[in-house]
Ligand binder design. Structure first.
Ligand code: SF4
Length: 256
């Protein structure tokens, strides 16, 4: 487990790494490719690692670069970490991507259940998988320390909402205005328990710099719904005095 620069979590934990969504702005892929070992990519079943590979006398956390890989040897880490933390699970992957076997996800969820002292934040661009996993009993309902997030960078993207579990939407990086959503009845602010919003970082060609009005619109909808909003540091300059960072477990006074 690692202390993180991600400002809405204390730590990251990556029992699964790699992702096939292919987002242009992906920082995780850049890291995995930079520090990867570039080994030939074997079949997915051979990408289950029981111990961290060591090549040339060095530990290799990304032996297959950004190809989805299950680091089974990391499953015991949350239980060994006694101080309660807010953990972003799989910051270097989409744990719920279509290509991830149910068994990998089940093992990760079970590792979280075995360490209930922590709060776990999950995030995906494939939110439909949450419903499937709940229906199959792999994701437990009413687990107050689990938070299930959907990434939506444009308003057309689907997000997950459900009364039985905590949900949030991460609008990061925001690539278009999210206006008039309330009228269409798909407003993430009123349907989920938390909104995270952030601007694209880095120097990508065609990088999208959001206007303040885009963020104001989301904040107003969230305020109406009583939903906390967490702005990433990338918005501090744009939002000036309106910058805010709210956590639902602090704002709403709930334990988790
Ligand atoms: S979903 Fe996340 S991890 Fe996957 S490619 Fe996109 S930015 Fe990277």
């Amino acid at each position: 487990m690692k202390k993180t620069k991600i400002d809405w979590a204390d730590s990251t934990w990556n029992p699964v790494t790699g992702c096939l969504h292919g987002c242009e702005y992906c920082y995780a892929k850049a890291i995995a490719n930079r520090f990867g070992w570039h080994a030939n990519e074997p079949d997915i079943n051979e990408r289950i690692l029981h111990e961290i590979p060591v090549f040339d006398g060095k530990k290799q956390p990304y032996p297959f670069d950004f190809a989805p890989t299950f680091h089974q040897y990391r499953l015991g880490e949350p239980a060994a970490w006694t101080k309660p933390r807010t953990i972003f699970v799989c910051s270097m992957a989409d744990l719920f991507g279509k290509w991830v076997p149910d068994e990998w996800i089940e093992a990760v969820i079970n590792a979280c259940l075995a360490a209930p002292q922590h709060r776990y934040l999950f995030l995906t661009k494939n939110p439909a998988r949450y419903m499937h996993l709940i229906a199959n009993g792999i994701i437990p309902e009413n687990q107050p320390n689990f938070w299930f997030g959907s990434t939506a960078t444009i308003p057309e993207m689907e997000f997950f909402c459900c009364d039985e579990v905590n949900t949030f939407v991460s609008i990061e990086p925001i690539l278009a205005p999210f206006e008039d959503l309330t009228d269409e009845g798909v407003d993430p602010a009123s349907k989920t328990n938390w909104i995270i919003v952030g601007a694209e970082t880095g120097n990508r060609k065609n990088k999208v710099v959001p206007q303040k009005s885009w963020i104001d619109e989301i904040v107003n909808a969230a305020k109406k719904a009583g939903t906390p909003v967490f702005m990433k540091e990338s918005l501090r300059e744009i939002m000036c005095d309106d910058f805010k960072q709210e956590f639902p477990w602090e704002v709403n006074g709930c334990e988790h």
